[in-house]
Design a protein around this ligand. Structure first.
Ligand SMILES: Nc1nc2c(ncn2[C@@H]2O[C@H](COP(=O)(O)OP(=O)(O)OP(=O)(O)O)[C@@H](O)[C@H]2O)c(=O)[nH]1
Ligand SMILES: [Mg+2]
Length: 317
């Protein structure tokens, strides 16, 4: 890289860490577009990362995530916290209007210096959408924002993963889950630190809460309690309580060292990717060791878990 480019990068990073919004916006664009100076920017900010609280909001399209985030921002601003939002645009036909929609719905904060809102398009990320999002979180963190909020649609694997790189994951549902209860059960419920039934001004909200509480009770007894709350994002009802509960859950996560923090965000993503790659390899493996394990499991000599552990240990040796 030329000296001039180095100087430009250093200046951009300096301005970003000084809290200049335009510098943050530009840096995010460099990360999103996979610009060649992206690694240098990310390297230069690392010492300043690690102070922001990261809250993920995820849920099906249209349940009211953006409206709720807007209301949560209002509460956080009352507490004098600055808030940066990264809305991961799923670019799906259902939510195709997310970017514009989010601008409009969160628009009331448009002139507030303590609020920064940015959409991240899910198209064309070299290192994957999750990695890009984690890097954007780092940028916002280094730029000094107190709270970083991530909005994702809980549709695909990577969107659920993004919710999980947050310190706290809020899963948002709407009343009348009906058949969707099964879909929620399939994975999204597992990642929730807090469950919210939004649109509580509509019928069936109480019933949906009861269904969710019943589903949570079916899980292993050793799992921690997940609070189930109701909100009306459009009026702000229940939002003050939601912010309090998020704070409590965050403190609990800190005590249980479940808060990921900047390094763990990437460790988590790498571990996930390694798991996927390993599964692909092992599922089609014709190695003798694998054949032997299969034979022993089929004869009932070995559990599936023990076989997997033995294989992993042999590979990592
Ligand atoms: N009645 C009612 N409507 C709500 C409430 N919260 C949000 N809405 C409406 O629900 C619609 C969808 O809200 P959004 O905030 O865009 O939902 P979203 O989950 O962000 O949607 P996507 O980003 O497209 O997945 C909008 O018309 C909101 O005004 C609520 O508490 N009650
Ligand atoms: Mg939205």
């Amino acid at each position: 890289m030329s000296n001039a480019a180095n100087d430009d990068t250093a200046e951009l990073v300096q301005r970003l860490m000084d809290g200049q919004r335009a510098a943050l916006a530009r840096a995010i664009t460099h990360i999103e577009s996979g610009a060649s100076l992206a690694p240098r920017i990310l390297g230069a900010i690392q010492s300043a990362v690690g102070n922001a609280r990261v809250i993920g909001f995820t849920g099906a399209p249209g349940v009211g995530k953006s409206t709720l985030i807007n209301a949560v921002i209002r509460e956080l601003r009352k507490r004098n916290k600055s808030v940066a939002v990264a809305a991961v645009d799923p670019s799906s036909p259902i939510s195709g209007g997310a970017i514009l929609g989010d601008r409009v719905r969160m628009g009331e904060h448009g002139s507030d210096d303590g609020v920064f809102i940015r959409s991240i398009s899910s198209r064309g990320h070299l290192g994957g959408l999750s990695a890009t999002t984690a890097q954007v979180i780092d940028l916002m963190d280094a730029a000094g924002w107190d709270v970083v909020v991530i909005e994702t649609v809980g549709a695909g694997q990577s969107e659920v993963e993004i919710a999980q790189i947050a310190d706290i994951s809020v899963v948002v549902c709407a009343p009348g889950l009906g058949d969707d209860v099964q879909a929620i059960k399939a994975g999204i419920l597992e990642i929730a630190d807090v469950l919210v039934v939004n649109k509580a001004d509509q019928p069936l909200a109480d019933q949906t809460c009861k269904q969710l509480v019943a589903m949570l009770e079916l899980r292993h007894a050793d799992r921690r309690e997940v609070p189930v709350l109701t909100t009306v994002a459009t009026s702000g009802d229940g939002v003050e309580r939601l912010v309090k509960v998020i704070e409590q859950q965050y403190q609990e996560n800190v005590e249980a060292t479940r808060v990921r923090g900047p390094v763990q965000r990437f460790q988590y993503l790498i571990a996930n990717a390694a798991g996927r790659q390993l599964q692909e390899q092992l599922a089609t493996s014709s190695e003798k060791a694998m054949h032997d394990m299969c034979a022993r499991v089929s004869r009932g000599e070995l559990s599936v878990d023990s076989a997997a552990r033995s294989l992993l240990e042999a590979m990592l040796r």
